[in-house]
Design a protein around this ligand. Structure first.
Ligand code: CA
Length: 224
């Protein structure tokens, strides 16, 4: 685990570093908010331990700017005991968890583990069904070594079908989720996109097919 510690009290910063390095984690330590922000944005950290009261830029502002820069790194905020208002402000500005000083080393480590685990679960970069997988980041449908690029609406349809596994997805569900309730999309539009997707599955030589379930909708099936 690679951590960033932002704490202006040198003795506490040192104690934090000792606690985490004893667990064989790596840690960079900085002593003010401005450096904290720069390091967090430039580095590749699994979590940031961020004190609230810091010279210059305070911890709330740092957290807010990290989120404004679309940085998803979990933030654990530290502040003085019993400051409920701080806790609420901290969570409002994008912190993921909160810990009051003083704290036991075990509590810090448990919270870091929970935070980094939670992040791992949120990052869902790929869906799979039978022999195909869909990379959500770059809109690519894959079977073995073969890949094919999907259009935006094709990807959305595939995402819904793959999330549903072998359950039937009604055509109306596809229309409302992919085109929106207000849209003019009609059955033919959906059928056209399903037809494109079927051709792409054939191109991939996939076992997976999109079956039409008469009057009900669509479902994925694997024909080995
Ligand atoms: Ca402080």
């Amino acid at each position: 685990m690679n951590l960033l510690i932002v704490e202006d009290e040198a003795r506490l910063a040192d104690a934090l570093r000792q606690i985490v390095t004893a667990e064989k984690y790596r840690a960079d330590v900085v002593y003010n908010g401005r450096d904290g922000l720069d390091y967090a944005l430039a580095g590749d950290y699994d979590a940031v331990i961020l004190d609230v009261m810091l010279p210059g830029l305070d911890g709330f502002s740092v957290a807010k700017q990290l989120r404004a820069n679309k940085l998803a790194t979990p933030v654990l905020m530290l502040t003085a005991r019993d400051e409920l208002a701080d806790k609420i402000t901290g969570l409002d500005c994008g912190a993921d968890d909160y810990m009051t000083k003083p704290f036991a080393p075990e509590e810090l480590l448990a919270r870091l583990r929970a935070l980094t685990r939670r992040q791992g679960e949120v990052v869902l970069s790929e869906l799979s069904f039978a022999d195909i997988s869909l990379a959500l980041g770059d809109n690519v449908l894959r079977r073995g070594d073969k890949t094919v690029r999907l259009g935006f609406k094709e990807r959305e349809i595939m995402k819904i079908l793959m999330s549903g596994g072998d359950h039937i997805t009604p055509k109306e569900t596809l229309i409302s989720k992919v085109w929106g309730d207000e849209s003019e999309a009609v059955d033919n539009t959906v059928e056209a996109h399903i037809s494109f997707l079927r051709k792409k599955l054939i191109f991939l030589r996939a076992d997976t097919r999109i079956e039409t379930v008469r009057k009900l909708g669509y479902r994925l099936e694997a024909h080995a």
